[in-house]
Write a protein that binds this ligand. Structure first.
Ligand code: ATP
Length: 215
């Protein structure tokens, strides 16, 4: 059963850092599909400034043409705050216990994992693949919070068809791309050029709908 990737984020807006992470993880793990899951009201950070409908449409446009990439709108369709653990539990129920699932995370997101709602349950629901991100410290075990380090020490990295349905952790280097949505929003608010940081189709949508014009 080919593994499926799940990639959550605010995607405010989606950019090439996100797309390369998904592409490189898909190649490294052999993912048959990657589900992009835009967050509704992320519990770990301020409410995204851009309406969910816009963020969803930008993801749609960014991934159009990649047959492995799909968007999953369930978190933005929920009125209540969206927790990753609930999304994974719902996917697990739909796809069955045998289906290998991989939660894709940037290193910065992984470093904060122990603050997530019911975070230990995540390991029972999916494997976790962590991408090292430009600007972040390399992922030395010593840099991890103690509880995360402890959790990691009990988990085996595994890749490919032999991987379990859930429970392993993979640290994967990716092409460093120092792109962030925050920097893109700041650039656009200054009326600067964000070209080549995100797909043209997304930038066209941003201009069409006059998004990010104000800081
Ligand atoms: P913001 O600047 O608004 O915080 P962001 O660019 O970090 O946004 P998110 O939507 O918060 O984007 O990120 C979703 C996921 O993508 C997270 O796991 C994050 O670590 C990862 N990610 C974001 N940018 C990059 C990048 N340039 N390279 C690798 N991973 C990234």
């Amino acid at each position: 059963m080919p593994p499926i990737g799940i990639f959550g984020g605010t995607f405010d807006p989606i950019h090439f850092g996100h797309l390369r992470l998904a592409e490189e993880m898909a190649a490294a793990i052999g993912l048959s599909r990657v589900l992009f899951v835009p967050a509704g009201q992320p519990p770990h950070r301020g409410t995204p400034r851009t309406a969910a409908a816009h963020r969803l449409e930008m993801v749609r446009r960014a991934i159009a043409g990649n047959p492995r990439f799909e968007v999953d709108a369930r978190e933005i369709q929920r009125p209540e705050p969206s927790y990753t653990v609930d999304t994974l539990a719902a996917l697990r129920a739909e796809l069955g216990n045998e289906q290998p699932l991989w939660l894709l995370l940037g290193a910065d997101a992984f470093l904060g994992l122990a603050g997530w709602h019911q975070w230990r349950r995540l390991f029972g629901l999916a494997n976790i693949a962590v991408a090292a991100r430009s600007g972040a410290q390399p992922l030395q075990p010593d840099a991890l919070p103690d509880e995360l380090k402890h959790e990691l020490s009990q988990r085996q990295p595994a890749v490919g068809p032999a991987a379990c349905a859930a429970g392993s952790v993979l640290l994967q280097q990716m092409t460093p791309l120092g792109i962030s949505a925050t920097a893109i929003r700041d650039t656009l608010a200054r009326r600067g050029s964000a070209r080549y940081l995100l797909p043209d189709a997304v930038l066209d949508y941003i201009h069409e709908h006059q998004l990010y014009l104000y800081p």
